[in-house]
Design a protein around this ligand. Sequence first.
Ligand code: C2E
Ligand code: MG
Ligand code: MG
Length: 846
Amino acid sequence: MTHKRAGSDKPPAERDSALAPPQDSQESAHSLRRLVLSEEMYRKAFFLTPDAMNITRLEDGMYVSVNHGFTQITGYEESDVIGKTSLEVDIWVHAEDRARLVQGLKTDGMVINLDAQFRTKRGFIIDGLMSAAVIRLGEVPHIISVTSDITDRKNAETQLQRSEEKYRQLANDLPAFIVTYLPGGVLTFANQAIAKLVGMEPPQLVGLNFLSFLNEFDRQVVQKRLSQLTPQQPVEAHEQTYVGPAGEVGYHQWTNRAFFDAGGVVTHFQAVGEDITERKLAAEEMKIAATAFESRVGIAITNAKLAILKTNKAFTDITGYSAQEVVGKTPKLLSSGRHGPEFYAEMWQSITQKGTWEGEIWNRRKGGEVFPEWLTITAVRDGAGVATHYVGTFTDNTLRKVAEDQIKTLAFYDPLTQLPNRRLLMDRLAMAQTNSSRRQHRCALLFVDLDNFKTINDTVGHQVGDRLLEEVARRLSHCVREGDTVARLGGDEFVVMLEDLSLHELDAATQAEAIGEKILRALDQVYEISGHRHYSTASIGVTLFGSVKNESIDEPLKRADMAMYQAKAAGRNALRFFDPNMQAVVAARAELEAGLRKALDQHQLVLHYQPQVSKDHRVLGVEALVRWKHPQRGIVSPSEFIPLAEETGLILPLGDWVLRAACAQLVAWSSNPDTSHLTVAVNVSARQFHQEKFAEQVLAVLDQTGADPRLLKLELTESLLVTNVEGVIAKMNKLKSHGVCFSLDDFGTGYSSLSYLKRLPLDQLKIDQGFVRNILSDPNDAAISKMVILLAESLGLDVIAEGVETQAQEQFLHSQGCRFCQGYLFSQPLQARDLEAYLHRFAGRS
Ligand code: C2E
Ligand code: MG
Ligand code: MG
């Protein structure tokens, strides 16, 4: 409580009326009237005033009179106090207050506005504001005092102070910037937050101009906005950029409120500001993220267990699945089944190790269509590095693939024929080169050039020329296997690349030559183009490659090209090898083949017969062995031309001729007592036997020649049994039912399985000469021969050994139980006439 000292500047009225004694008669008349007036007035005032008034004797403080206000404020009735001293009534709370009053009255005769506390009759403390003066009543000095009850006002003031303090504290504790300022901007209050922002203490800010902290532009904006505030709309809010001490840009949100007086004039403003930088940046980020999320890239976010949490619109557009359909499920839903477990294992290994994986993957749309997408999977990890989410983003690669394919077509294929162009050929050539050294095989390059294309083009026009090239492309493609390449280099130049040929150079050359010949024949056929017939041939140059390591890929092409010119020089419609040796081999084969065809037509083939002799040296049969009486070369061995005949298919007419000749011989011999008992063994190739109508053909030949089927023995080889054993057995049975016998030639060299052997209706096993040759020196060969003999015995078959050249071999074989032999020991294969003479001598000898 503040105590105000009693002042000495007394009001003139009181000085005049109450304390100053009358001076003269005129004055006394006046003062009397005033006294009367005052007495009247003061008496009434004394009783009417709501303040507490009392009159006490100066000497001892005894109460002389109290007014109604006194009773109201203190609770003491007149009867409680009159005649008692103020000490007795115990109305003062603080003795010092009373002492101050007394002191004031003593020195100045009066006290104005003394703050003091009083105790009511019921013991409550009240705040009073007391004024008092000394008056004389009948010469006795008294004190008259007036006390206002200011308890409520005091309380209100304290309350106000407290609440102000509270709000100041609150304002200081808030992170928001709070200021109050006068119109014009002078700060009357600033809180801690704003002070900190500008690097000062709150009191230092008071008196400074709030607006001076703004830049010129913001100041003008703010001033304009403040000027627009009205009692109806006292609040404005705006955002402001803020550049911090380190140059960092921030954002503040300010709310200004104007306070108006009754006349509508602004008394002051209050501004509350807030740093919204983070919120704003976060919002911007959110906006960016949201925009990014709704991009054209498909996005799926899963939790750590791969359950889908969220997808975007592009996801739906690409996969066909709405968000509702996939949320909670795993992306496995999209799996196309095109990738094996290793693919996914590798993917997850990358995600686990590097946090991300990227690549092309085939997925399945809701509609079932499988499509390629470019997918990136990124793991979202928490502070401890544990994956909490996975984000998959992908783009549909279908269109890109189509475009890629188109580009590829344009870049790698000839637009006219759709064949690979030079570029793709070179690619494949390089690949073939690496493959061939790894896979141990040879490749061939055939350079095909049309012989008279230019003439066609010039005489009938380019359109016809184009159609012809398309047809050539088609025919070339039909001549090769799927893995081979037919390319068009341009114009009328084509290249055929053959892979997977034999590792042996000459065999590979033969294979290449066969296909080259096939191509020559295919291109030599008539071309029907727009109703007209055209003729064209080609020249082909061939070279092998794949044997020389690190050979440049241009080399084979150059060689084939050069060989092609040789083919042109040789008269066109021809094939030439680059390598002269190869050319020689191939030429020899070609010559042999052509010669063999001629041999069949011109009866250059003959049969020789080699005797088959029993243990007791009787000739029971012969083996027919074909010979080619070549006009220049003389007798040519079958081991030179039979394989070629088998390869080219010539074996069929050849075999037919042999069978006929052998049967005819049987018929011829049937009338001669020396020979009528002889069986004739005829060798039959697998390819021959596998003809569907083989059995019928043999029976027909027997029928046509009239030969006795029981004297015909067919020698089959084990190679026959590689396929369709059932068919073989059926044919054998059919022939057997007519009396034809069977011998298994070269036994022991092939792949016969014993189980087959049991089921074949054979009559004889023939021990191959390879075992007989060293039968006395090589224990293995001896053992094998012995085994064959035992096996034949157990199957109830005869055994014959071929290639028996010495008596020792014969004796050994006899000792093992082999009862028939064939070989030079007895005779070379002989012409029929010679054989007859031999038999005659032989019969005589035995
Ligand atoms: P192959 O059927 O095993 O005929 C036996 C071959 O051994 C014959 O050779 C024969 O002259 C030869 N030879 C016979 N005795 C001896 C000997 O004591 N020592 C030696 N070192 N060789 C002997 P050839 O006549 O050159 O026939 C070779 C192969 O040609 C035959 O082997 C047979 O597989 C095939 N062949 C022959 N003529 C025909 C035929 O008309 N048709 C079919 N498809 N193949 C035939
Ligand atoms: Mg034979
Ligand atoms: Mg043989």
